[in-house]
Write a protein that binds this ligand. Structure first.
Ligand SMILES: C[S@@+](CC[C@H](N)C(=O)[O-])C[C@H]1O[C@@H](n2cnc3c(N)ncnc32)[C@H](O)[C@@H]1O
Length: 460
């Protein structure tokens, strides 16, 4: 019977026996089993039978043969792999061929690897880049690779950027990752966010959680057109990107909205805000990470399905909207999350660990919150989850559209710092009034500033 152990024994003895064992097999599954069980290949391994298998008519066999040839490193024969590449139609086999040739680390393979850079398949281009980077680096490799920073494929661009360009980024005078500026700590500014951000230095905040004004849905948010509205948000989130620390998160809460019809002879218009905003964020350096759905009880939302319940006529179906989106983005970086986490000391990491009972899915069932002064406030539970899952103790949490200040109060209660901007004096005063209650805002440390005062503080 074919077992892994038996194959390992044969391999150790020298592999004439493996070649004949393969030739005895009548079914593709057994050939693949042998090829997949070979593991490391010994010095005296004779690969002849592997080259023959490159002509097998089953693609998985060809793939496994290529993989094993790749293990021969410099001893492998490039010619037959290249011959196969020229006529191979199976994508996985083609990619494996380029990977195997790259793993040989032979200077003589350089022209071949450079040719592979022209392939239509971005994964092949990436394999070729890997192969070239593994060779002794010289001017020729660099000359061929650098221009790929403009390659149409984003994966290719990222690899090249990391290899040749990120090290050249000028070393800006920025604070250590876990720290921020004193003049931003527990501050609420009564100003247009874009004005306030003009004095905020690059890489100051660790997390932004916000719910932007809904397009022309409430009195505080009137824009000349939907395009103007999107472009305003684009500016806010591009500035937010600038002030966000490397590799940190932005969570934007929005949902599609409806602008009611002006008369019975017109229709109402629905705007897909989260979907329309998304391309602007990605274009400006935010990597998309997750979509979280905030699910509310049906009784808490406006009834839209009532008409349909009466007439039941198809096309007139209008479901009750019981969801909103929390779109999660990360400031683009070639650094891994581990890099961010390692910027904190062991005690902070320990104290910030998320306790049992955390949400395991991307559907968060949370009751909405109603407020007598502000018409669109975050439930505290929603803020708690976002802040606990996406920041560390001592971090600075930013909300450009502060409203009643839920993000600030929750951040503070969780041992984080906050920085809020709010344009409307009415809501700014409301936050201030809440600060009088020491359980809500600790007013010893919270400062409520006008734009002028804030600018003055930023200069100190
Ligand atoms: C959806 S509410 C945010 C509510 C908030 N999440 C809370 O829990 O109270 C949006 C807020 O953004 C404010 N706003 C609108 N445009 C602004 C701007 N350009 N700069 C600063 N705040 C603005 C509005 O006044 C409103 O209070």
């Amino acid at each position: 019977m074919l077992t892994k152990q038996y194959i390992t024994e044969l391999k150790r003895k020298g592999n004439g026996d493996i070649a004949s064992l393969v030739s005895l097999q009548r079914d593709v599954g057994s050939i693949n089993f042998i090829l997949e069980s070979l593991g490391r290949l010994p010095e005296n391994f004779n690969p002849e039978f592997l080259y023959k298998l490159l002509r097998h008519n089953h693609s998985q066999v060809r793939l496994n043969a290529v993989k094993n040839i790749g293990k021969l490193n410099a001893k492998g024969d490039t010619r037959s792999l290249f011959e196969l590449y020229k006529k191979e139609i199976d994508t996985s086999v083609r990619r494996e061929i380029v990977s195997s040739i790259g793993r040989q680390r032979k200077q003589t393979n350089k022209p071949l690897l450079v040719d592979f850079l022209q392939d239509q398949d971005p994964k092949i281009v990436c394999q070729a880049i890997r192969g070239l980077l593994a060779l002794e680096q010289d001017k020729e490799v660099e000359t061929n690779l650098r221009p790929l920073v403009n390659h149409p494929n984003e994966m290719v661009r990222t690899i090249i950027y990391k290899e040749y360009f990120s090290k050249e980024k000028k070393n800006k005078n920025i604070l250590p990752h876990a720290q921020t500026y004193d003049f931003l700590k527990n501050i609420v500014v009564n100003a247009d966010v874009l004005e306030a951000l003009k004095v905020v230095p690059d890489e100051s905040v660790h997390l932004t959680f916000t719910s932007p004004p809904y397009y022309n849905a409430r009195d505080y948010s009137i824009y000349p057109s939907y395009q103007d509205y999107l472009e305003f948000l684009e500016k806010v989130f591009t500035e937010t990107h600038r002030i966000t620390k490397e590799g940190r998160f932005l969570i934007v809460n929005t949902s599609p909205i409806i602008i009611p019809r002006i008369s019975r002879s017109h229709s109402s218009k629905r705007y897909g805000i989260p979907f329309d905003l998304h391309p602007y964020l990605v274009k400006n350096g935010w990597d998309f990470i997750d979509d979280i759905v905030w699910l509310k009880p049906e009784a808490s939302v406006k009834n839209r399905v009532g008409g349909f319940m009466q007439h039941r006529k198809p096309l007139g179906y209008k479901p009750n909207s019981i969801t909103e989106y929390l779109m999660v983005y990360r400031k683009s970086t070639e650094k891994l999350l581990d890099w961010n986490i390692r910027s904190y000391n062991a005690e902070t990491v320990k104290k910030s660990k998320v306790a049992d009972g955390y949400e395991t899915t991307n559907v968060w069932k949370i009751d909405p919150c109603f407020d007598k002064v502000h018409s669109a406030v975050f439930p505290v539970e929603l803020c708690k989850r976002v802040i606990q899952y996406y920041s560390y103790k001592g971090d600075l949490v930013f909300d450009p559209f502060g409203g009643s200040g839920t993000v600030g109060r929750t951040a503070k209660s969780l041992g984080r710092l906050f920085f809020l901007t709010e344009k409307e004096e009415k809501y700014f005063e409301y936050m201030k009034s809440k600060a009088k209650n020491p359980n809500l805002f600790d007013d010893r440390k919270t400062q409520f500033l006008t734009l002028k005062q804030f600018k003055k503080e930023s200069n100190k």
